[in-house]
Design a protein around this ligand. Structure first.
Ligand code: NAI
Ligand code: MG
Length: 352
């Protein structure tokens, strides 16, 4: 029996609701297989912690987290009480950076039983690989002067190492998928970073002659997500482009509430962090109506990363059969609450 030590950070808002639900599901799957189990340790870090202590997590928080195999996170943010740049950079982005979680993986797939807002969606199954350590989300820049003379400068930083790492990861994924990689660029508008991005992509693809490739500008790519999402397999994108594109990915699936994500340290030197795409959804927090599927599917991604792909598939099957049975929260057109959806998924797993 293998035991995985997982640090749990439910965070804020609906994170506190969807994380315990997903943990119940993961425990049920582990019990079903009987070859592994999880040892969960909860950390109350987030905006409540900030309001009490003046920081999002303790000073030694990163060192504490390093003692775990992985991190399972809900969402952070209480925008009315803590500015978003403080809450995100003080916890989420800090963990992603310090743990060198340089790859963010986000699938967007048409699920059985779920209605896409697209009128005639063909069966799409996309994996976006987002560079997660640099790019447009850099700490380089500054602000000067006030009033009419005010200036803000935000530098985008692209290193060969990080760019190549994201691209190679995308090509490796494509080998196990349908053999196609699309690079998201904008080299017609950004005259330094994106031509560099294109050059690295052209070099890296030489090492993968069996993989077909395409290069699309990000604006066109966003339009294609709506017009012909079935055209894509793996997409590699910079930090900002990947961030925006994956919200759209969640939207064409049916709701941001079902979109999963993984922040991976692919070298497995430090823990990886699994967190859904959605935020803390303050508008519905505490009502028990949040969709737990994004968090549960995120748990499936953790199972996959640990090597339990059969168990991961069981979770996805349970999600799809729940949707097909019409057990849906209101963000996807149903009237069920979080508890109903969780129970339906648990029942499927127990009976499988
Ligand atoms: P959000 O994702 O929290 O909410 C956007 C909309 O989607 C809301 O109407 C919300 O009710 C709905 N929604 C999101 N998840 C849902 C779910 N599981 N079930 C049903 N409906 C769901 O994004 P928003 O409103 O822009 O941000 C709210 C807070 O979350 C902010 O403080 C923001 O910075 C933070 N945030 C945190 C993220 C993270 O921790 N990874 C990611 C995105 C935002
Ligand atoms: Mg986002």
């Amino acid at each position: 029996m293998h035991t995985y030590k997982i640090a749990v950070i439910p965070g804020d808002g609906i994170g506190k609701e969807v994380v315990p639900a997903a943990i119940e599901v993961l425990n049920a799957v582990a019990e079903k297989y009987g070859t592994f189990q999880f040892d969960w340790t909860y950390f109350p870090w987030g905006c409540d912690y900030y309001l009490e202590h003046g920081e999002m997590m303790p000073k030694d928080g990163i060192e504490t987290l390093k003692q775990f195999d992985h991190i399972f996170l809900g969402a952070v943010g209480m925008p009315d009480l803590v500015p978003d740049h403080v809450s995100l950079w003080g916890l989420l982005i800090k963990i992603r950076r310090e743990m060198k979680q340089s790859i963010n993986v986000r699938p967007a797939k048409l699920l059985k039983g779920l209605e896409s807002p697209l009128k005639h969606p063909n069966n799409f199954d996309i994996t976006v690989v987002r560079e997660n350590s640099e790019g447009e989300y850099s700490e380089s820049g500054g602000r000067m002067h006030h009033g009419d003379d005010e200036i803000a400068i935000q530098n985008a930083v692209f290193t060969r190492k990080a760019t190549e790492r994201a691209m190679r990861y995308a090509f490796e994924l494509a080998k196990k998928s349908r053999g196609h990689v699309t690079s998201a660029t904008k080299s017609n508008g950004l005259t330094y970073s994106m031509p560099f991005w294109d050059e690295v992509f052209a070099e890296v693809k030489q090492d993968y002659p069996e993989i077909a490739t395409a290069v699309n500008h990000i604006d066109a790519l966003a339009a294609f997500f709506v017009m012909k999402p079935e055209a894509f397999d793996v997409i590699v994108a910079s930090n900002l482009f990947g961030d925006i594109l994956t919200d759209l990915g969640g939207a064409i699936m049916g709701s941001i509430g079902i979109a999963p994500a993984a922040n991976l340290n692919i070298e497995r030197e430090f823990p990886s962090m699994f967190e859904p795409v959605h935020g803390s959804a303050p508008d519905i927090a505490g009502l028990g109506v949040a969709n737990p599927i994004g968090q549960i599917w995120t748990g499936k991604m953790m199972l996959d990363f640990l090597g339990y792909t059969d168990a991961g598939q069981l979770v996805l099957d349970a999600i799809e059969s729940t949707l097909e049975a019409g057990v849906k929260t209101r963000d996807i057109g149903g009237s069920s609450n979080l508890e109903d959806v969780k129970n339906s998924i648990l029942t499927y797993i127990e009976e499988a």
